[in-house]
Ligand binder design. Structure first.
Ligand SMILES: [Zn+2]
Length: 74
């Protein structure tokens, strides 16, 4: 007997076919700035920026996933 657990969530890359714009990651390399704007309704923090210039790289690489996990439970 095999326990077939329902695969709830976690199918990677499947959302790409019906992609919606849920946020915008803007990078101004000249000024060394970046920010993320979230377009999701009811977002508690629709704009995020790295704290300091040295934090820009990790900010860019993880902001979408981190923001979605932190504020939208995804
Ligand atoms: Zn958001």
């Amino acid at each position: 007997m095999t326990a077939t657990t329902a695969r709830a969530r976690g199918a990677p890359g499947r959302a790409a076919s019906s992609q919606r714009i849920t946020g915008l990651l803007a990078i101004d390399a000249d000024k060394g700035r970046a920010h993320y704007e979230c377009y999701r309704p009811g977002c508690p923090k629709p704009r995020e920026e790295p704290i300091r210039p040295s934090a820009i790289a990790p900010f860019i690489s993880g902001i979408k996933a981190r923001h979605l996990a932190q504020y939208h439970g995804e």
